[in-house]
Ligand binder design. Structure first.
Ligand SMILES: [Zn+2]
Length: 336
């Protein structure tokens, strides 16, 4: 009887829409305005695919579609890597996966909990009596979710990305927190999910699909644009990129920008920018300059022509300055 009741309740959940007691990811997403922004599936290897977000920052024009999301088709289900920046985009992405394969999405691995990679998770919950995908993220996401930051970001996106993020949008909490690197097999393919943080965020995960030679790295790599450093640890990020290079992946799919068939060259741009940022800011700090004076003194011309420079560079430099200041306080000198 208990089992029967549970089944009936499970069947009812998709019909109840925004019912208060349903877990966030179980709530329907039909109330979201469909996106009109073009999205197409790109294949990078026999089993590996991704959708490419537009370059630049999140905007009303791109309907929040500025990040990438990947998926891997196996004979026993689909593994998704990241879920895009609105429930509406997630819904579109899921529909495109459904046009590529009849296999259900079994698992969604989240590279990190920035809004432009996770708000689409809501689309991967249970629907039409089918169970939802299991969401995996690194364990330190738990610390982030315990702060006020996720709610503040959601409130901001309900304004800036309405109607694609609206009152029914929820932060989907992971079903499984990974404490260490984890490998699994699905449908004959070998997946390795590895902690790459702290780099872009403390929780960065990357996923290697061994048979395809494809490495999904989230925001460790920004192809052809200035990265968004946010609250990253710049020195740790540089070390993480060096670790990625050691895998010698055939293809790297980053969180922003086209997939790379020349990881060395494409990771080099993100790496060179971060090294420049750290070294210049740290030299200015050692000369006793405050942030404003440091920023003015640095010659940015090597990077100023790249996309997202105007939107990201000053904030990135400020974060690098905070890193150097914290290292000085701890008595640690940044490794050169
Ligand atoms: Zn990010």
């Amino acid at each position: 009887m208990g089992k029967w009741l549970r089944r009936v309740l499970a069947a009812l959940i998709p019909l109840t829409g925004a019912c208060a007691w349903a877990p966030a990811h179980a709530q329907g997403v039909r109330e979201f305005e469909p996106v009109t922004v073009p999205m197409e599936v790109r294949q990078v290897a026999p089993h590996s695919f991704y959708v490419l977000g537009q370059s630049g920052m999140v905007s009303r024009e791109n309907e929040g579609f500025n990040s990438n999301a990947g998926f891997v088709v196996t004979s026993a289900g689909v593994v998704v890597f990241d879920a895009l920046g609105t429930p509406a985009l997630g819904q579109r992405f899921k529909a495109l996966i459904g046009q590529t394969t009849r296999q259900p999405v079994k698992r969604v691995i989240v590279s990190h909990y920035h809004a432009d990679h996770v708000y689409g998770l809501q689309a991967f919950g249970p629907s039409r009596g089918q169970p939802g995908a299991e969401v995996w993220a690194h364990a330190v996401v738990r610390d982030y979710l315990a702060t006020d930051a996720p709610a503040a970001r959601l409130a901001e996106r309900r304004q800036s990305l309405a109607p694609w993020v609206n009152a029914s949008s929820r932060i989907v909490v992971p079903d499984r927190y990974l404490g260490e690197d984890t490998s699994f097999k699905l449908g004959g393919l070998s997946f390795h999910v590895m902690h790459a943080g702290p780099a872009h965020t403390p929780e960065d995960l990357m996923m290697l699909v061994e048979e395809d030679g494809v490495l999904f790295v989230g925001d460790l790599m920004f192809t052809g644009r200035i990265p968004f450093v946010a609250d990253a640890d710049v020195s740790a990020w540089i070390l993480a990129i060096e670790r990625v290079l050691k895998f010698k992946p055939r293809i790297v799919v980053g969180g922003h920008g086209p997939a790379s068939t020349d990881a060395l060259a494409d990771l080099a741009l993100t790496r060179d920018y971060l090294v420049f940022l750290r070294d210049q800011v740290s030299a200015a700090f050692e000369d006793g300059l405050d942030f404003e004076a440091a920023y003015q003194r640095i010659d940015w011309s090597r990077f100023s022509g790249l996309p997202a420079f105007d939107a990201a560079n000053r904030r990135n430099a400020y974060q690098a300055y905070l890193n150097v200041e914290q290292e000085a306080l701890r008595g640690i000198k940044a490794p050169r």
